[in-house]
Design a protein around this ligand. Structure first.
Ligand SMILES: NC(=O)c1ccc[n+]([C@@H]2O[C@H](COP(=O)([O-])OP(=O)(O)OC[C@H]3O[C@@H](n4cnc5c(N)ncnc54)[C@H](O)[C@@H]3O)[C@@H](O)[C@H]2O)c1
Length: 367
């Protein structure tokens, strides 16, 4: 019989509005408390979603003894809040980026292991419909062995009105090693690891730039090339290198979060912000008809996606829908004392890839 977990949330800001609807309605948990430094934020959140409001994390941990704590505060506060929650005997689900460096992530994961608790970073986009569809195409062998993964994100982070562009009230993310890029780079890295099926890229070449200039942004642009194995030559085997490309830009529009996976026998692509699925594979009719059938099949699919995405807009099925699936699977696993869907190894592998990209990107910038 699955256990109902007693839950506490630390941080009642923007992302809490994506966690709290699940936590206040799921039968897998009981929302015990919401903590925020702002008493008003804590009060408003508890009135809407339930639980007891707190402004003091220690007091909440002491009184409520939660089974699991969601750490939803700005990144520079994650480390000490995760440590406190683990020390109080709770599992922790922490927003990304959990830590500024892989070394810090490793330290927190060691604390969790020593306490016999799970420490889980939010890898929500892995659980979006379209990412799961790509995963299924790969797992079914429809595009053959994965050889290249291309992940691109474009967001107007420097435009007036962006939460990152206010010089009078600088967003805390600016203090992270990759500056604002740190807000996105965890997503780009865990998706790369998942889709490429590669935990460690031997070669990482990256350029991080501040194309827009000024002092507020350390970087606003990322271009990274990843190669899984540097030293393999010869016929195709499981060891054949996989290439990855990660790109972030704020100088193109419209907003974009595209994923393309190229295999030995075909390719599949989607966009998390504008969901659709394109699959280019061998089709019945031989090499002459294959491109035409691919166009027809994908054309019909694109038209259907247009209609489906209109329906999703009406139903407010946002790009955060994967977060709800991730939370549901996590609570199901923890309630049954099973391994959660984002493992310690997933968290550490993503943190190490982020580290490698940042190290390569800043090396390039210094030279
Ligand atoms: N997974 C995603 O797709 C996604 C999307 C957006 C944000 N995030 C992440 O979520 C985290 C929070 O982002 P946000 O946009 O909600 O920030 P926010 O600034 O809107 O909210 C943060 C809240 O935490 C509170 N807070 C800060 N320090 C605290 C402390 N020591 N104790 C208690 N409360 C404290 C603040 O008062 C504020 O209400 C960040 O790590 C961000 O990168 C993730």
């Amino acid at each position: 019989m699955a256990k109902t977990l007693r839950t506490a949330v630390i941080g009642a800001g923007a992302i809490s509005l994506e966690h709290l609807p699940f936590l206040s309605t799921s039968h897998r948990c009981e929302l015990a408390a919401i903590v925020d430094l702002s008493p008003v934020s804590a009060e408003i959140a508890t009135r809407k979603f339930g639980g007891v409001p707190y402004t003091d994390v220690d007091e909440m941990l002491d009184r409520e003894r939660p089974d699991i704590v969601h750490v939803l505060t700005p990144p520079h506060t994650h480390g000490f809040l995760v440590s406190k929650s683990l020390a109080a005997g709770a599992h922790v689900l922490c927003e990304k980026p959990m830590s500024p460096t892989a070394e810090e992530a490793e330290k927190l994961l060691a604390e969790a292991a020593a306490a016999g608790r799970h420490l889980i970073e939010n890898h929500n986009y892995r659980f979006n419909d379209e990412v799961l569809a790509l995963r299924e195409i790969i797992d079914e062998g429809r595009i053959g062995a994965v050889r290249e993964v291309d992940i691109r994100m474009a967001l107007p982070i420097r435009d007036a009105g962006s939460r990152f562009a206010d010089a009078n009230l600088p967003n805390a993310i600016h203090s992270m090693p990759a500056g604002v890029l740190h807000d996105f780079i965890t997503h780009l890295s865990y998706l790369m690891i998942d889709l490429a099926g590669v935990r460690h890229f031997e070669r990482v070449i990256a350029a991080m730039s501040n194309h827009g200039g000024g002092d507020l942004f350390t970087f606003d642009d990322l271009d990274a090339l990843l190669i899984s194995r540097a030293d393999v030559a010869g016929p195709e085997t499981d060891e054949t290198p996989v290439h990855g490309r990660i790109r972030f830009s704020c100088r193109t529009s419209p907003d974009l979060f595209s994923l393309t996976v190229r295999g030995a026998d075909g390719e599949a692509s989607t966009d998390i912000f504008h969901p659709h699925l394109d699959v280019v594979i061998d089709r019945p009719g031989g090499p002459q008809l294959t491109p035409i059938v691919n166009h027809l099949v994908n054309g019909v699919g694109l038209a259907r996606s247009g209609a489906r995405n209109f329906g999703r807009k009406l139903l407010q099925h946002t790009p955060y829908h994967g977060l709800v699936r991730f939370l549901d699977q996590t609570y199901t696993a923890l309630g049954a004392d099973l391994e959660p869907p984002v493992t310690a190894d997933d968290v550490l592998s993503a943190a190490r890839l982020v580290d490698a990209i940042v190290a390569a990107g800043t090396r390039e910038e210094r030279s």
